[in-house]
Design a protein around this ligand. Structure first.
Ligand SMILES: Cc1ncc(COP(=O)(O)O)c(C=O)c1O
Length: 411
């Protein structure tokens, strides 16, 4: 008997199929993976044992004994942490634990967006957010950034333009604290200006603070959520970058009136409970010592990557030293199409994120690319960047040997 062919029954408008996974590239600079050697494994093992011994039987209930917002002790940890680190005053019932902050993004989009809507995003921004907007049929307008984050003059003219056309944007999506991919941190003054402008146009702000724990000097400005007096900010965060992405734990901070409208959209009967329990147990005792150690190690890897680019690409690679995080955002000469470069590099065992995935502006992003230095070893970073320079030279004549030699001669 032949197998049932389901292809004729598929729902319309599905995204393209996923290719089978064939392992990571030898030099893997894509995605947002963490440093495996810095994962606090012993601490997580000890936390799992102690929390299960104490409260394991609550796993017999959907949602433990904490209700649909997520494990109460984890939300209580977040209440303290967000107050201390981001200046946010919130109650435990203003936090919803999600399956990664990607689910948080989905819930906020499901709550607010309809096909044909318009939102404002940073000119280069997180691919996962951008591709969701594309799939939802939402128009994403890119706003320029500078070293201080989202440019207020550019945002003001985009909002004025929308107003003239009778369009009210549904939200302004920003990654203000260690922007992905540029690594900038929005200054406090800029945050206040952003809030005032958003308020004048009656547009809410969607604040994605995914990387906010990973700042080299530990100086984190107050969150937009903390500075807002009108409760017009929805804040999301994640444990993916501070602890481990495979745990899939993120969260939303919003007034209960909004969370109560999101909960019916979260149809999974609760995010995985064991990881919430382990995180609460581990983080309550160790978060404040673990994170500075982690960022110190990441900083060393970043320096290795920046040195490797300077050595291998000379002046052909332009970048600014990011203020934290796990990414270096690199601009190559205009003749380099990083989409083509990524394809050629893939064949040579090097994975990079081409810029066009990270921006609604395909011309601007064409010669740019993002590299994650979180996961590869220092040796892999050195070898991988050298191998990438070889591929780039072969494909685009960049960097030319001469430029490299000249750079070395200059010392
Ligand atoms: C800006 C930003 N937001 C959200 C996410 C989603 O992270 P997670 O679902 O692992 O919490 C990422 C992942 O890299 C990200 O870069």
């Amino acid at each position: 008997m032949g197998l049932l062919d389901l292809t004729s029954l598929l729902a319309p408008g599905l995204p393209p199929p996923t290719a089978k996974w064939s392992g990571f590239a030898k030099y893997n600079f894509v995605g947002g993976h963490n440093d495996a050697s810095q994962l606090p494994l012993d601490g997580l093992i000890a936390s799992a044992t102690s929390v299960l011994r104490r409260e394991g039987r609550t796993l017999a209930n959907y949602g433990l004994e904490s209700g649909p917002l997520g494990y109460l002790r984890l939300r209580e940890f977040l209440v303290d942490k967000l107050k201390r680190d981001a200046g946010i005053s919130c109650a435990a019932d203003e936090i919803l634990i999600t399956s990664g902050s990607l689910q948080a993004i989905d819930l906020i989009n499901a709550l607010l967006l309809d096909r044909g809507d318009t939102v404002l995003v940073e000119k280069v921004t997180y691919f996962g957010s951008l591709n969701r907007l594309t799939r939802l049929g939402v128009n994403a307008i890119g706003i320029s950034l500078d070293d201080d984050g989202l440019r207020i003059d550019a945002l003001a003219s985009a909002l004025d333009d929308l107003k003239r056309r009778g369009i009210r944007a549904k939200y302004i999506y920003t990654i203000p604290t260690v922007q992905n991919p540029t690594g900038t941190i929005m200054s406090e003054a800029r945050r206040r200006a952003l809030l005032a402008l958003a308020q004048a146009h009656d547009v809410p702000i969607f604040e994605d603070d995914c990387y906010a724990d990973l700042i080299w000097d530990g100086k984190r400005p107050p969150a937009l959520y903390a500075l807002s007096e009108r409760r017009d900010v929805i804040h999301i965060g994640s444990f993916s970058k501070s602890i481990a992405p495979a745990l899939r734990v993120g969260f939303i901070v919003a007034p209960w009136e909004l969370l109560s409208r999101m909960l019916p959209l979260k149809t999974d009967a609760g995010s995985g409970a064991l990881e919430q329990m382990v995180l609460a147990e581990y983080c309550t005792a160790h978060f404040t010592t673990h994170v500075p150690e982690l960022t110190r190690g990441l900083r060393v890897k970043l320096e290795t990557m920046m040195e490797s680019f300077s050595e291998q690409f000379g002046t052909a690679a332009e970048f600014t030293d990011p203020k934290g995080g796990i990414f270096l955002w690199v601009k190559l000469p205009d003749e380099v199409d990083t989409l083509k470069l990524a394809q050629a590099a893939q064949a040579a065992g090097i994975a990079i994120n081409p810029g066009h995935e990270w921006s609604p502006d395909k011309v601007y992003s064409r010669p740019r690319m993002r590299l994650c230095f979180g996961n590869p070893s220092k040796q892999a970073i050195r070898e991988g960047v050298a191998a990438l320079a070889d591929v780039c030279r072969r494909e685009f004549g960049v960097p030319s040997r001469i430029a490299n030699v000249e750079r070395r001669a200059q010392g």
